[in-house]
Design a protein around this ligand. Structure first.
Ligand code: PRP
Ligand code: URA
Length: 209
């Protein structure tokens, strides 16, 4: 069974409290999504393997550690996942970025795919799927399924707010995909929105409502 890690770091929790506030402006919302993603990225990459390297400082030779050539890609689920990309790229400037376009059918809540573009060597990379909201889990499940069908072996999911329903659905279909979240909320309402959540993440990032 996959791990679910909820990041309780005070900086993340503080920013999340402002993010949830309905009075937070589009500008501030965008900045906060990016900053939270940056902080979460720091935690979620904690297990990257290191290799020893010798570095000549102006004083002496130092034994140092660098990331051991692990190939990573981040894959935002459009639209809202785009808001998390900048923060992660700030931490990992050479990371490759694939895109999956999905929206939820407002009636059935089933994900509808409209875009898919991956780096050509995606099957050699570990992938972190990013999307601020894990609600029913339909979108994240579909994204992980597409990537596995293409041959990706090692997938993680980073979201900002997860609903218990989405976590359970994801663990059932993709028990190998670890989930990182800043909060696990209470439940989904009858429209498939996370309660208390933060509303529609895409609309709040792009100012479309
Ligand atoms: C939101 C969100 C997730 C999805 C989560 O996207 O960004 O992708 O809903 O819901 P689920 O877990 O029930 O699938 P939405 O469909 O609103 O599209 P948007 O990002 O383009 O606004
Ligand atoms: N998508 C969102 O943007 N918000 C929710 O609460 C659920 C799905």
């Amino acid at each position: 069974m996959s791990k679910v890690m909820v990041f309780t770091h005070p900086l993340i929790q503080h920013k999340l409290s402002i993010l949830r506030d309905e009075k937070t402006s589009v500008k501030e919302f965008r900045e906060l999504i990016s900053e939270i993603a940056q902080l979460m990225c720091y935690e979620a990459t904690r297990d990257l393997p290191l290799e020893e390297v010798k570095v000549q400082t102006p004083v002496a030779e130092a034994t140092c550690h660098r990331i051991a050539g692990k190939k990573l890609a981040i894959v935002p689920i459009l639209r809202a996942g785009l808001g998390m990309v900048d923060g992660m790229v700030a931490m990992m400037p050479n990371v490759k970025v694939g895109h999956i376009g999905l929206f939820r059918d407002p009636e059935t809540l089933a994900p509808v795919k409209y875009y898919y573009k991956m780096p050509p060597d995606i099957t050699e990379r570990d992938v972190i799927i990013v999307d601020p909201m894990l609600a029913t889990g339909g979108s994240a499940i579909a994204a992980a399924t597409f990537l596995k069908e293409e041959g990706v072996k090692n997938i993680k999911l980073m979201c900002i707010i997860a609903a218990p329903e989405g976590v359970a659905a994801m663990q059932k279909v993709h028990p190998d995909v670890d989930i990182f979240a800043a909060a696990e909320d209470d439940h989904l309402n009858e429209h498939g929105y996370i309660v208390p959540g933060l509303g529609d993440a895409g609309d709040r990032i792009f100012g479309t409502k």
